[in-house]
Ligand binder design. Structure first.
Ligand SMILES: [Zn+2]
Length: 432
């Protein structure tokens, strides 16, 4: 049975956590606003704000004019309290960014593997971890911060991440089969490490700072070569039993349909993914290309790669009937896929992101909404907004940085004496 002391301490930590979440996400706020938003009494807020100010977790950043009354102090997270590192492990490149607690980027390191990824479609896990660890050392040196002030490293990876201590990653697109990324990184760097799927970290960034802000039920869909989602349910990322929930790209839209990269047939990704769009265009264009070759012209690959090719296809839709036909199909399948999400999860908002999502949304969002409407049930559709993402693809690393911050806010930023009692091992649990 918990002792009285434990109960009081737990309550105090829970109150600090509620207040800190409000200050972090909505600050600057007055003490009155913190109390109202976090459901805490004025006396409780006054005490815990005094503690948090003394500990340097939050800072007073000015005064609110209160129409002749006593001016009220405005509080926000203290950027200097600590630092976080966000990492985006891509299919061949590694982006590492160091942020202060105000989420201002202080240093950045980008590197790419020099191993032949293209030939094998596989990324060497040891090479990837070495790149990430070097990037982490580089941003700490560039920012000239004390390593002890770093609250943690959040790593966004392409693949499914199991909820284990070692953060085992199953990344089919990079050829990773049960790679213990968390454990490998912890062997290399002495910092708390948190690992999560890239779609989920980007989704969390959209929920904190972007188009899903202010909602407790949102789905952030990421369209690119693959399709991912971050499902926010009751304000939390929905993960499922093993942490793999949200693999929307591999839901079946055509039984026995086109072959998908995952080995199944008829997945949504095989109709809406960038590779599928390029392949369908090439299929419809085949006759025209044959004609080009006959005339001595080489159709060739687009200089911008798959992304450049698909982006060009989207912009050419008004003068190229084949591009228009391909995009009509994409909109139909994407709308059906979004309708499935609306029917299954009843979200308040669906945020369309990722480089392909952003490229499609600019001209086609009204058509995507129509396609979703025609496939969704009327009631859940009447309560959903389908909007474009606000943060770019580079926010995957920012999303990674939200992982150690979430841990800090959830623990109520334990006071230094209490934090010293929590060992590195305690903090190093992966958040997946
Ligand atoms: Zn599939």
């Amino acid at each position: 049975m918990p002792s009285h002391t434990t109960t009081v301490r737990d309550l105090r930590r829970s109150n600090r956590s509620r207040a800190l979440w409000r200050v972090f996400l909505d600050g600057p706020l007055t003490r009155q606003e913190i109390g109202a938003d976090a459901g805490l009494s004025p006396a409780t807020v006054s005490n815990l704000v005094a503690d948090l100010l003394a500990e340097g977790v939050i800072a007073e950043v000015g005064l609110e004019d209160s129409n002749g009354g006593r001016p009220r102090g405005l509080l926000q997270a203290n950027p200097e309290y600590g630092y976080v590192i966000g990492v985006d492990v891509g299919e061949s490149a590694f982006l590492v960014e160091l942020f202060d607690l105000g989420l201002t980027m202080r240093a950045r390191h980008l590197s790419a593997t020099d191993m032949p990824v293209a030939e094998t479609s596989a990324l060497d896990p040891h090479d990837a971890v070495t790149h990430v660890a070097n990037g982490i050392r580089s941003v700490i040196a560039q920012a000239e911060v004390d390593e002890r002030s770093i609250l943690g490293v959040g790593v966004a990876v392409p693949g499914l991440v199991t909820r284990t201590e070692d953060a085992v990653v199953h990344g089919q697109s990079v050829g990773w089969d049960a790679v213990p990324v968390g454990a490998m990184l912890k062997d290399t760097i002495d910092l708390p490490v948190f690992v999560d799927n890239g779609a989920k970290t980007l989704g969390q960034a959209e929920q904190w700072f972007g188009a899903a802000r202010g909602t407790d039920h949102a789905i952030i869909v990421l369209l690119g070569t693959g399709l991912g989602t971050c499902i926010i349910s009751n304000g939390e990322v929905y993960r499922g039993a093993m942490g793999s929930a949200g693999e929307w790209g591999h839901t079946t839209v055509v039984v026995g349909g086109r072959r998908c990269r995952c080995g199944a047939n008829g997945c949504l990704e095989a109709y809406v993914g960038a590779g599928a769009i390029a392949a369908r265009y090439a299929e419809l264009k085949r006759d025209e290309e044959t004609q080009c070759l006959r005339e001595g012209r080489t159709p060739g690959l687009h200089p911008g790669g798959l992304e450049g090719m698909v982006t060009a296809l989207i912009s050419s839709r008004e003068r190229d009937p084949i591009a228009a036909e391909v995009l009509d199909e994409v909109v139909t399948y994407l709308g059906a896929g979004i309708a499935n999400l609306v029917n299954l999860f009843n979200p308040e908002r669906v945020v369309v992101g990722g480089w392909l999502g952003r490229a499609l949304s600019d001209p086609l969002l009204p058509a995507i909404r129509e396609a979703a409407k025609s496939n969704a049930l009327r009631l859940p559709y009447s309560g959903v907004q389908i909007v474009k993402a606000e943060l770019g693809q580079d926010a995957v690393a920012l999303g990674g940085a939200t992982l150690p911050i979430a841990r800090l806010l959830n623990t109520g930023a334990a006071a230094p004496s209490a934090a010293a009692g929590l060992t590195r091992r305690h903090f190093s649990r992966t958040l997946v």
